[in-house]
Write a protein of this length. Sequence first.
Lengths: 170, 680
Amino acid sequence: MRLRPFDFRLLARRALAILFLLSAAMPGMVLAAPPALAVEADEMLADPALEARARSLSAQFRCLVCQNESIDESNAELAHDLRVLIREQVRAGRSDAEIRDFLTARYGQFVLLKPRFGTETLLLWLGPFLILAIGAGMIGFTLRRRRSAVALGAPLSEAERAELERLDPG
Amino acid sequence: MFGQRLLLLRYLLMLAETGFFALLLALAMAILLSASPLAWSASDDRQMMALTRPLMLAMSSFTVIAFAMLTACYVLSDFSVATVAENSHSAIPLIFKVTGVWGNHEGSMLLWALILAIFGALVARFGDGLPPRLQARVLSVQGLIAAAFLAFIVFTSNPFLRLDPAPAEGQDLNPVLQDIGLAIHPPLLYLGYVGFSVAFAFAVAALIEGRIDASFARFVRPWTLLAWSFLTVGIAMGSYWAYYVLGWGGFWFWDPVENASLMPWLAGTALVHSTLVMEKRDALKVWTLLLAILTFSLSLLGTFLVRSGVLTSVHAFASDPARGIFILAILTFFIGGSLTLFALRAGELKPGGLFAPISREGALVLNNLLLASAAAAVLIGTLYPLALEALTSDKISVGPPYFNATVLPLLAPLLFALPFGQSLAWKRGDLLGAAQRLLTAFGLAILVAVALRIAHGGGPVLAPFGAGLGVFLILGSLTEIVTRSLPAGASSGLLTAKLVLKRAAGLPRQAYGSALAHAGLGLTVIGIAATAWHAETITLMRVGEARNVGGYSLTLTRLSPQQGPNYRETAASFSIAEAGVPIGEVVSTKRIYTVRGTPTTQVGLMTKDFGQIYASLGDSEPDGRVGVRLYWKPLVLFIWLGAVAMALGGALSLSDRRLRLGLPVRTRIAEAIPPAAPAE
């Protein structure tokens, strides 16, 4: 069996790919942003209550061809189609959860701007609060240890003990 | 004739070559500076140590010369220089010729290096009060950072490359950048990012020297405050830019680029407060060191996420892997290296003093805990999708709903606790006493929240809560100043009033700075809460028609094409009336920049009682109607005015005599002798 030599170029390419993805996910504010006009007047529903629901729903879905924009903010063709689609579903009496399931089934989890809580997103959702808990625990621990250290008095060093011995033999 | 003479001048001066040569000299100085500890570290040679200062000043001067040469190339429209040809045009206004210098990857990296050099020079020039060994160490660490960035510019991002043959005209500056708000946003942001490098250099120097005491905080705090103030204004600037450019009035998008600047801001805010604890109470020493390292690490991460060429042009990045590898190397070296150093040396540092949980320092520990957790939430949310995709190739999106659900619950308790913490004394605070002092502020805040809830007849609960919180922050800061001005024993009438004023005038500027910054935070919170009450009208209009938004009536009076120096535009004028009475006019335009063919919108804004009427123009319909978006945004200016107040608070605190470096520390003596107290 021949082992493949370790491929540094592959490693470099992987690293680059990660940076590249990083960049793809970052919509530069510095990029030429065409005037985003988002939801347009002729798309809107006549019923204000239904329209409000449609607006709040479309703020939760990612425009798949844009960089980090919701379909409510984007003026891409696809975002327009999805806004119309959502309004059709809202008018047909579907619930928010049903519409969310429908879009997720069609476009995958990627379409959700608020990722679902699950095994894959466990650290995402719990991470910040885990850090808070660990930090609080460490502060509590340090406080208690320092206080008991002060209460007991720090143990004497060899030199201090020798000095004590000299001053008070016996 | 004049043009030809100018052309001749350009070639005679060889601006680009001079600039590149200066850049090489700066790099050489930076390398010498970072290698200088070899000459004095072991021998403790004072004379060699003192050499770091002229070295740093020389490095800074050469960087300034390089930047000046590049700016001259832009101002003179020397299109034989590649970056000038790609990012400038002879017809754009002078101001955008200058700001075009950093409107691209190469120039923006040079700006970064320039600001680093300026901070280095300031430490060399004004660091007289520092122990010589510490100063030399700090300067050599800053030299190392400069060497890395200058090498990056020289080897992968040279802004001085010539084109042959030179094009007759440039390709114009990115139209989005032809806006004064965005033009001055990067320098402000970089002043923040790069300013934190000083705290980083101090932390690394302290770790190498293995010594840290309260004086460390006194040295680091002014630099941190300065950087923090600039970063605050820089972020606010970017936010206001997004607000008036994107055409629908959002001010924060939890966009990775914004997050990149928010993370160092949150960490830097924590650092500003932890250095305070360290200075006053000799506590939190090890944590402050770590925080200084983390803050600059997040700044480095932010710099590269925003302006590495990775973002501005994906293709340019993919076709030039040298740049990416270099970036990765710099990030790994500085973040990994400093954290390793911390892990190795932190255990040997003597931990700081003891403190009670209910005290000013206890409150500041809570501040640090919550701010650090919030920064972690932003970091996790920004990098998680990338990590997940790299590991499992599953793609997820992390958007505003995630950040609202994680960052806000971490920051809300902080805002609520802030006035209490501010009111607690050092060492041993009296929470009940603080609560009593804050009773009026708290009562008024609740009153405001309830009144708002009733006035708006329900709606989101969070908005009146947020507004009440903001009021509490402002009144809490005011209470703090008033309480500190009141004399201990109550006497009567005019005498007391005079005494109070005298005491108020005698309060340190730091007290006013802190109160102003916290009140500014309250202002921002109110502005954000008020966005819940904005009014929106999205519609199609003909000339002569009127639409209502939030109690105002806007009539489309005119639609006319116009010609600018380097763009064409359609301008829509709206006349605004309140209850039938005309109150003014706004103009909203849609522009096409002719060289690049890129469209942008200029929204029409009218400010009224800190709120704004906001009109933006959309596409024209075949039937002559145009799409418009009209908004009434009450108190929206509070968001950015609050940020400006925060930065001014930082500056005021900075001007406090006790914080100025190089001045004799008089207060030490005053503190050592306790004021005469009645015998107990």
